[in-house]
Ligand binder design. Structure first.
Ligand SMILES: Nc1nc2c(ncn2[C@@H]2O[C@H](COP(=O)(O)OP(=O)(O)OP(=O)(O)O)[C@@H](O)[C@H]2O)c(=O)[nH]1
Ligand SMILES: [Mg+2]
Ligand SMILES: [Zn+2]
Length: 223
């Protein structure tokens, strides 16, 4: 009997939007605005960490936030109320990712003011947002302890496009079988050069280290 054949037929949809990403980075460079794209699974702690980070970064930088969701304005409201910084809620019309065309349009909504740092919270999704270059200067990817240390093996692209990784919800370690060493090993299989931080937004552990790192990043970019 003949073997079952597996054929991959893929449309490279990211190609369609690739030109906008470079255009965005060119504009950001000219304007001296650092765009940080935050991506991860739903519920892994993006909004909570963004609030913690902004509250520590806002004394040094003028910050704006683009919050993207399919619907609702819960996260934008939380960020606005929790930090006081200007926050715009973007709805993607059902799309589970943001394209660079969409991020170019979203960024234009903050055009009337100069920002040192714009934080973009991408749609909670560990798969397709990774396929779309939104023109960010760096991608911050979260992996929360409850998700498991194997995720970099199963969702490779997200960890490949990461520049910075925050392993979040460190305070939940006693109730989950998450090995920090395995997580690091699995991440390094995908991406040797990424900078890894361990954080808990509940206890504040590790957040200052990430704040320090981002402070240096943004200062260097806008000088
Ligand atoms: N124990 C613990 N819980 C956390 C931590 N960070 C976030 N959470 C909780 O995790 C849940 C989801 O957090 P969010 O910050 O809303 O997660 P998110 O990634 O923004 O979620 P989406 O925007 O829906 O993708 C909330 O109940 C938070 O209180 C943490 O460090 N420790
Ligand atoms: Mg959120
Ligand atoms: Zn999608």
């Amino acid at each position: 009997m003949s073997e079952v054949k597996i054929v991959e037929i893929k449309e490279d949809i990211s190609e369609r939007y690739a030109p906008y990403a470079e255009e965005i980075r060119k504009i950001l460079k000219e304007k001296k605005t650092y765009l940080l794209n935050v991506m991860s699974s739903p519920g892994s702690g993006k909004t909570t960490l963004i609030i913690e980070l902004i509250n520590k970064l806002k004394k040094d930088f003028h910050i704006g936030v683009l919050e993207t969701d399919i619907d609702g304005k819960e996260d934008a409201q939380r960020i606005h109320d929790g930090t006081g910084v200007r926050t715009i809620q973007i709805h993607t019309g059902g799309a589970c990712h943001l394209t660079s065309k969409m991020s170019l349009e979203a960024l234009s909504l903050l055009d009337d003011e100069h920002f040192d740092l714009i934080v973009l919270e991408n749609i909670g999704n560990l798969v397709c947002p990774a396929e779309f270059d939104v023109g960010a200067i760096k991608n911050l990817i979260l992996l929360s302890l409850p998700e498991g240390d194997d995720k970099p093996l199963k969702y490779p692209l997200m960890f490949e496009v990461a520049n910075i990784i925050a392993i979040t919800k460190l305070d939940t370690a006693p109730v989950f079988d998450f090995s920090k060493e395995k997580a690091i090993q699995n991440i390094k299989k995908r991406n040797e050069h990424v900078d890894i931080f361990f954080t808990s937004s509940k206890t504040g552990e590790g957040v200052d280290e990430l704040v320090k790192y981002l402070t240096n990043e943004v200062k260097e970019f806008i000088k």
